[in-house]
Design a protein around this ligand. Structure first.
Ligand code: C2E
Ligand code: CA
Ligand code: CA
Ligand code: CA
Length: 275
């Protein structure tokens, strides 16, 4: 048994080495990905129930790796965050999203995910100002999605940054609401335009009676605070019906559409007669 243990330890160790090497290879590739034009934004529509139409797209990053194929963000965003590459990559995403959205009909916004590392960077305001200036996109057509993890750190600094960003005229959404350190008191203190209700609550809708009550309390609270609500990860009409009944404003998820490459977005906009 002792030998077995040692053997599996060695196996484990070499597996770790392989993993570390793999990580290092991806890191080196990622460093060049931006310059080589391998990064691409996909866009997922956000459907506003009261208007019965698409009013925004969320930009979701993809990496077209020459040998690995289309790499999802879960396999490179954390690495980008650990290495600091998220700053140039994130800047590229903001500029690209603004450039593309400026071509869309005026009632359509673009939402961009902002990593906590970017949010804490003093360069962020300037990056956003530049992106708006070079694209000529109206600031209120850009929505930044930030996550709750920012609030356990430095509340004062987070609040100041939020006010700065909103001073530029851009909108700010709280992403993945309910998964992290959400304290309801933060909601009152922080000036969000929108709350994005995490997919885990939507999945629960058909499984637990209590889930509907949770949605109801979130939408009621949001409305009282003057914030909109978007439900993430809506996959079927039963979920959609409940969300509508409970006063949710906006729907995002595979039920309506998966994230699409830009070519498909443009077709969708033409098809909707929104060109
Ligand atoms: P997120 O911001 O919560 O984005 C929503 C994720 O849910 C996306 O995954 C989307 O494809 C997926 N999704 C949408 N509808 C459904 C549905 O109906 N069912 C299911 N099962 N999934 C759905 P994706 O594109 O893989 O992105 C994962 C995460 O990577 C994002 O989560 C976001 O945190 C991060 N990310 C993506 N692009 C960027 C970026 O440009 N910058 C930064 N900092 N993070 C990004
Ligand atoms: Ca998001
Ligand atoms: Ca989310
Ligand atoms: Ca998420």
């Amino acid at each position: 048994a002792k030998n077995e243990g040692k053997g599996s330890y060695r196996f484990f160790e070499s597996a770790m080495d392989a993993e570390a090497q793999e990580r290092r290879r991806i890191e080196i590739d990622l460093h060049d990905a931006l310059a080589k034009g391998e990064l691409e934004l996909y866009f997922q529509p956000l459907f506003t129930l009261s208007q019965n139409r698409v009013t925004a797209f969320e930009a979701l990053m993809r990496w077209n790796h020459p040998t690995r194929g289309l790499v999802p963000p879960v396999n490179f965003i954390p690495l980008a965050e650990d290495t600091g590459l998220i700053i140039p990559i994130g800047e590229w995403a903001i500029r690209e999203a603004c450039r593309i959205a400026a071509q869309w009909p005026e009632h359509i916004r673009v939402a961009v995910n902002i990593s906590p590392i970017q949010f804490r960077s003093p360069a962020l305001n300037g990056i956003i100002l530049n992106a708006l200036a070079e694209s000529q996109l109206a600031p209120n057509r850009l929505e930044l999605e930030i996550t709750e993890s920012l609030f356990i750190e430095n509340v004062e600094a987070t609040l100041a940054s939020l006010h700065n960003l909103r001073g530029l005229g851009v909108r700010v959404a709280l992403d993945d609401f309910g998964t992290g350190y959400s304290s309801l008191s933060y909601l009152r203190a922080f000036p969000f335009d929108k709350i994005k209700i995490d997919r885990s609550f939507i999945v629960d809708l058909l499984a637990h009676d209590g889930a509907t009550a949770i949605i109801k309390s979130i939408t009621t609270l949001a409305e009282a605070l003057g914030m909109e609500t978007t439900a993430e990860g809506v996959e079927n009409i039963d979920q959609l019906d409940i969300l509508r009944d409970q006063g949710c404003n906006q729907i995002q998820g595979y039920y309506f559409s998966k994230p699409l490459p830009l070519g498909e977005v443009n077709k969708l906009l033409l098809g909707l007669g929104e060109d």
